[in-house]
Design a protein around this ligand. Structure first.
Ligand SMILES: *Cc1c(COP(=O)(O)O)cnc(C)c1O
Length: 400
């Protein structure tokens, strides 16, 4: 046979057990005693709003991301909203951002009455194309909002240069990229403000919603603390119209426990990513499924491991995996510039060709830290089988 076996052993019993896309219980279960104790500390204290666990978590995130300040809020979506507000983005302003992202990135812009201006992405990293960002900037542009998609940072050096030249703030949507680095500098420390989410499926996930904004600018940090609390400072004195967006103390207590393990979990994701990259690699496979790339000098924290499937066969691969009870997901099937709610912005099919092609080709495979070797072997075997490559992962026709 022309292709080397992908696994040297086969385990037909493992091949029939389901492989989830993500299983948060495997991560939280072993920590339950510690987390329950942390929650009990909060419930016994009665300090439910902005209790000590919140400030502790803010300090820890600032230090983790390498920034002077971090300000907690209710969600990643609110982190974006508050960051745009504190940057002075108002109705009628324009914000340049990718279309290939989760809805919240553009939703925050629209909620302020500002206009999302979508720029295209680079085909190899799925991240903003700085050249297209530059083309999309007008005198009305009030911020650039790059998204570090799937766990890898955008080209922040080029974007920072554009932002500086045009004198507009650069706000990172780092919801998927906590701990990701460019030359040792971390996501959240690369722009004027960094936005994080602790939604349960993120790399650092709480037991519900939570968010954080990082910055080195004390004025911005102070203003964010006021904005998230109805704009009051001191109490009952409102110089600004703010919002109610608190990081819940119970979530902060949970996240304080989980943050201590984040680097181990990121290392687990990295290990899985390296195995996919080395085993999804035969020439026959490569012509059909291409693995993601990480730019020179960058690290990814692999919030998603996202392959491209050529020739319109993405959905077919997803069905093939599903038929073997293997989870996978499409992030994102419809780019934001083609969403009905943004129709009046006037984008058409063809407006952002690289984004549109990605939306048709991407498939994310299980990469959560607790995925077992056997499970990953099943995923690899099933992908290989789909590509017509024999592998021990395929029960009937074992590799010779
Ligand atoms: C999850 C996510 C958000 C929103 O975070 P929430 O905490 O769910 O509000 C924003 N942007 C991106 C890229 C995300 O992945």
């Amino acid at each position: 046979m022309p292709n080397r076996p992908l696994r040297s052993t086969s385990d037909s019993s493992a091949a029939s057990s389901p492989v989830p896309m993500l299983d948060v219980n495997r991560q939280n279960g072993p920590l339950s005693e510690e987390i329950d104790a942390a929650i009990a500390t909060v419930t016994k204290s009665g300090a439910f709003v902005h209790g000590p666990a919140c400030r502790e978590f803010e300090t820890s995130i600032a230090s983790y991301c390498g920034t002077q300040y971090a300000v907690g809020c209710a969600s990643g979506s609110d982190a974006l909203l508050l960051s745009l507000m504190v940057s002075g983005v108002q109705a009628g302003d324009e914000v340049v951002l990718p279309s290939f992202t989760f809805f919240a990135t553009a939703g925050a812009v629209s909620r302020l009455g500002a206009k999302p201006v979508f720029a295209d992405i680079l085909p190899d990293t799925f991240n903003l194309d700085p050249a297209d960002v530059e083309r999309k900037i007008t005198p009305r542009t009030k911020a650039i909002l790059p998204v570090h998609l799937f766990g890898q940072c955008c080209d922040m050096d080029q974007l920072a240069e554009i932002a500086e030249t045009k004198n507009i703030p650069l706000i990172e949507d780092a919801a998927q990229a906590i701990g990701a680095e460019i030359g040792g500098r971390r996501a959240g420390s690369l722009g004027s403000l960094g936005c994080f989410s602790f939604y349960p499926t993120k790399n650092l996930g709480g037991f519900g919603d939570g968010g954080m904004i990082t910055t080195d600018d004390q004025k911005l940090a102070d203003a964010l603390r006021i904005l998230r609390d109805h704009g009051q400072h001191p109490r009952y004195h409102h110089s600004l119209v703010g919002v109610n967006s608190r990081l819940d103390t119970l979530q902060a207590a949970v996240l304080n426990v989980k943050l201590l393990r984040l680097d181990d979990w990121s290392a687990g994701r990295e290990r899985h990513a390296q195995r996919y990259a080395s085993e999804l690699t035969s020439p026959q496979l490569k012509s059909q499924v291409s693995v993601p790339t990480v730019a020179e000098g960058y690290t990814s924290v692999w919030n998603q491991y996202t392959v491209r499937v050529a020739e319109g066969r993405r959905d077919e691969l997803q069905s093939h995996l599903a038929s073997q009870q293997i989870g996978s997901a499409v992030y994102y099937p419809i780019p934001l510039h083609l969403q009905k709610c943004f129709a009046e912005l006037g984008y058409k099919k063809g407006s952002l060709p690289v984004t549109e092609q990605a939306a048709e080709e991407v498939l994310s495979l299980p990469v959560f830290a607790e995925l077992t070797e056997a499970e990953q072997g099943q995923v690899i075997g099933a992908v290989a089988g789909f590509c017509g490559v024999e592998s021990a992962g395929e029960g009937e026709h074992l590799a010779a």
